[in-house]
Design a binder for this molecule. Structure first.
Ligand code: SF4
Length: 338
């Protein structure tokens, strides 16, 4: 049960369009405290909020237990004073993405695929986000601005997959998304378009008929990689939306991050894999935390991660056990830990 600040908020969590939900999202610490009956922690917590503002949509808040600072969903969005005490090796660009920037808005870390930073907007601000300090203002903002980057992709036949990332690419309105996808579809050597998105989880209303049509009509194979860290994120409305994406023909995968006091237990990881499967999503990656400044309090020791994966293997079928991976700056691929 939740105690969102007032009953109107509770009703609103399941209603409106996805754009309404973006508008109604809680955007500051005070709002979060009021919505969930939580006390102010003072001092450093406000400094953490000033560095990376709160953004949390009502459907996600409605899945959080009130007055419970230990709630695994709350921990992902709750500014903590700990964020202001980062160890030296936690940096603002932990994956060296500034070096991987090929041209405006386009990163290439690995052979054969490029990543487009389509927007800086997200439907939630995850406190552990490795792009929380990313210079989004430098990325293209319109189709005209994307054209030189698309021309570069068209000129490089070694690229066969385009990843739409951000921010969250599903914060783009449908007609912008349709135009971008159609321009990518025009490039004959592109076989796959991959989305990295949390929106179907944060705001299930985002999965509109228009979006499903865009996914179904593309010439390219569509891969939708969602990002859920805990089974509680996947309520019935999320399950419905994910089912619709699966019905559109897109391949659905999940990437999670191993996070202290969120999902660093056998029970939690097992529940997550089982819940994902019931939502027709394959558990794909479990990431070791990227050492981004402000997120050190989420770090789980790699040895503990290895132990958890080995325990998971003993109680789940192989396809339900995610690959435990770590991204290391400059490496030609992700490092598979287990
Ligand atoms: S949704 Fe993704 S990009 Fe946005 S804050 Fe969360 S982890 Fe970062």
């Amino acid at each position: 049960m939740t105690i969102l600040a007032n009953k109107t908020d509770l009703v609103r969590a399941g209603s409106g369009t996805w754009q309404d939900q973006m508008k109604w999202a809680v955007r500051d610490l005070k709002g979060l405290q009021e919505a969930l009956g939580l006390a102010d922690e003072g001092g450093l917590q406000h400094a953490a909020e000033a560095e990376f503002p709160v953004f949390a949509p009502l459907p996600y808040l409605s899945r959080i237990n009130p007055c419970d600072l230990g709630d695994p969903l709350l921990r992902q969005i709750w500014p903590s004073g700990n964020e202001m005490e980062s160890p030296a090796h936690f940096s603002s660009d932990p994956l060296g993405e500034s070096d991987a920037t090929k041209s405006s808005g386009m990163l290439q870390k690995y052979k054969g695929r490029v990543l487009l930073v389509t927007t800086g907007a997200c439907a939630v601000h995850c406190r552990y986000c490795f792009r929380r300090h990313f210079p989004y203002e430098q990325a293209p903002k319109s189709m005209i601005q994307w054209e030189p980057t698309l021309a570069e992709i068209a000129a490089d036949k070694s690229i066969d997959e385009v990843i739409l990332s951000g921010g969250d690419p599903l914060t783009l309105v449908d007609h912008s998304l349709a135009r971008l996808i159609s321009r990518i579809d025009d490039i004959a050597h592109i076989k796959r378009i991959r989305f990295h998105t949390r929106l179907p989880i944060m705001i299930p209303q985002r999965v509109t008929d228009a979006l499903l049509k865009i996914l179904a009509n593309s010439r390219s194979q569509m891969i939708v990689v969602i990002h859920a860290n805990h089974a509680n994120e996947l309520d019935l409305s999320v399950e419905r939306s994910l089912g619709q994406i699966a019905d559109s023909g897109a391949l659905l995968l999940n990437q999670a991050v191993l996070l202290r006091k969120v999902n660093d237990s056998l029970e939690s990881l097992k529940d997550l894999s089982e819940r994902l499967l019931s939502c027709r999503v394959l558990p794909y990656y479990l990431h070791q935390l990227d050492p981004v400044r402000g997120a050190a309090h989420f770090e789980v020791d790699v040895n503990k991660g290895l132990h958890l994966i080995s325990e998971l293997r003993s109680c789940l079928p192989g396809y339900a056990v995610p690959r435990y991976v770590q991204e290391l700056r400059g490496e030609p691929n992700k490092t598979v830990l287990a």
